[in-house]
Design a protein around this ligand. Structure first.
Ligand code: ADP
Length: 493
């Protein structure tokens, strides 16, 4: 017998002395408290969660039945044995009805008494174990409900037996639609996925590493990093949604591919020109030397622009970029940029860059002048770049009720409808076949959108494939009170 704590309640002092002694002889490690009245007994019971209680049924004041009913209220799980007088069958029956675990008649048969008490203690102990296990299970269930990895138990018959809230959140499938269903019927690609997932016998670092696999759900592709651990009659799978990380990886791959391609062209031109200039066996006339040096200068400038764009995109991402807040006369800025671009594209005789006269009032906006210039240059540069067959690039500044709009319109290759929102994404470039193989980093429009946003403006596009594109920037009118103020505009969250 292991440790147990019991309480004996009896007004018979002799019995209260004899019973514990007899019990201690027969029950190892039992701790016995005694009290001679019901009131003290209840006080003790409030303080201590006994493994069993023994009470005389007849006591002055509150009798054993009264004590029993109080015990049932205070400690409903504690087994209570009542001691009844000889032949008091009715009382004994009453005791059992009242929830007593057993009764012992006087004169007490010690063997029976000890055996009954032992059983009661054992039962309470088992009950406590069950309770502890139930609490542990509840705790585990709560823990599983709070982990942010999807946890799923699939039994050997491929039926889902557990589906935690993170699994619900990741897949969008609520537990009630999944539990007790065949996993293949709910997640059609599951069986293919699990064939590839390593299932280890033990969790932890000794187990197999998680695998990253795609799972098709509702027409969407979900990338999961998933691992399995054998669990009795099934497998517990744990998974993490890595769709975004994967998209980022893809983006990184695209970035490396695009940038290295974009760097290679000017580098090759610079290298080729420099090598030609270095050759002693060639007699280069002044005009050729001049042209080769021009190539080196122009291509170096292109490299500088690419590096600048990468750095700018990076500081936009990290929120480190600070914009000046100033007043910009948009019509004047547009004229300046148009003049500059006409010069830059002087050799493109097939292109005409025009600036329409402003209709209406003032065109002063609140913006960072350098950054706004950069946005306009990017848009006009694209308009020319994506007009391989020439045409007109029209720039317009238009005062509107809600602000000032600047429009850059071209008659170039246009942008398919499905791509019109995506072109503002970082590194996004339309399929080179559609964009007629024109080179670029896919950063220009991303930078435009981010800069315009930070100037509290909006950029949009309208376009038809083969007809041309119109990019519009809407900017807020400069507030009079903010004149000359040079405040840093921090990045929106
Ligand atoms: P890029 O360096 O590739 O020009 P951008 O971010 O400036 O990068 O543009 C993204 C994509 O949008 C381009 O690859 C191109 O396909 C398309 N695009 C941008 N401007 C135009 C335009 N004016 N006409 C047609 N397509 C355009």
């Amino acid at each position: 017998m292991t440790e147990a704590r019991i309480l004996i309640v009896d007004d018979d002092v002799a019995l209260l002395d004899a019973l514990p002694r007899a019990l201690r002889l027969r029950l190892d490690g039992v701790e016995i408290d005694t009290v001679d009245n019901a009131g003290d007994a209840l006080k003790q019971i409030i303080l201590t969660d006994y493994d069993a209680i023994v009470s005389d049924i007849k006591m002055p004041g509150m009798d054993g039945l009264g004590v029993l009913s109080e015990i049932r209220k205070l400690r409903p799980k504690t087994p209570t044995l009542l001691i009844t007088g000889h032949g008091e069958h009715d009382l004994a029956v009453q005791a059992l009805r009242g929830g007593a675990y057993d009764f012992v008649q006087k004169p007490i048969d010690r063997d029976y008494f000890v055996a009954s008490l032992e059983r009661a203690i054992e039962m309470r102990k088992l009950e406590r174990q069950v309770e502890d296990q139930r609490h542990a299970l509840e705790r585990h269930a709560r823990v599983l409900a709070h982990v942010d990895n999807g946890v799923v138990l699939v039994d050997d018959g491929s039926v889902v037996r557990y589906w935690n809230p993170a699994a619900e959140a990741i897949t969008g499938l609520p537990a009630h639609e999944v539990i007790d269903k065949a996993v293949g019927a709910i997640l059609s690609g599951w069986n293919t996925v699990t064939e590839l997932v390593p299932v280890s016998e033990v969790p932890g670092p000794e187990g197999a590493a998680a695998k990253t696999l795609p799972l098709e759900l509702d027409g969407k592709e979900l990338w999961l990093s998933i691992s399995g651990v054998r669990f009795g009659d099934g497998v517990v799978y744990a998974f993490r949604d890595v769709t975004e990380e994967r998209a980022l990886d893809e983006l990184k791959g695209e970035f490396v591919a695009t940038i290295s391609h974009e760097l290679r062209t000017p580098l090759a031109a610079i290298y080729g020109s420099a090598q030609t200039l270095q050759r002693r066996d060639l007699k280069l006339d002044e005009g050729t030397r001049e042209r080769l040096l021009e190539v080196i200068a122009a291509e170096s400038e292109r490299l500088t622009r690419i590096a600048g764009d990468i750095l700018l995109a990076n500081s936009l991402d990290s929120g480190r970029l600070r914009l000046e807040s100033g007043h910009v006369e948009l019509a004047a800025l547009a004229k300046d940029v148009v003049d500059e671009m006409r010069e830059a594209f002087a050799e493109r005789e097939d292109i005409m860059i025009t600036l329409e006269p402003v209709n209406g009032g003032g065109t002063e906006v609140s913006a960072d002048p350098d950054k706004l210039r950069q946005v306009l240059i990017n848009l006009i540069d694209n308009a020319v770049k994506y007009s391989p067959e020439g045409g007109r690039v029209q720039v317009e500044v238009e005062p509107r009720d809600s602000g000032i709009r600047v429009v850059v319109r071209d008659e170039g290759i246009g942008i398919p409808g499905s791509e019109q929102q995506r072109i503002f994404g970082k590194f996004y470039r339309i399929d080179p076949q559609l964009s007629r193989g024109v080179g670029g980093t896919g950063l220009g429009l991303y930078i435009c959108r981010e800069l315009v946003r930070r100037m509290q403006g909006r950029i949009s596009v309208e376009s038809r494939e083969g007809t041309g594109s119109t990019f519009c920037i809407d900017l807020p009118v400069a507030p009079v009170s903010a004149s000359q103020r040079q405040t840093a505009v921090s990045e929106p969250a």
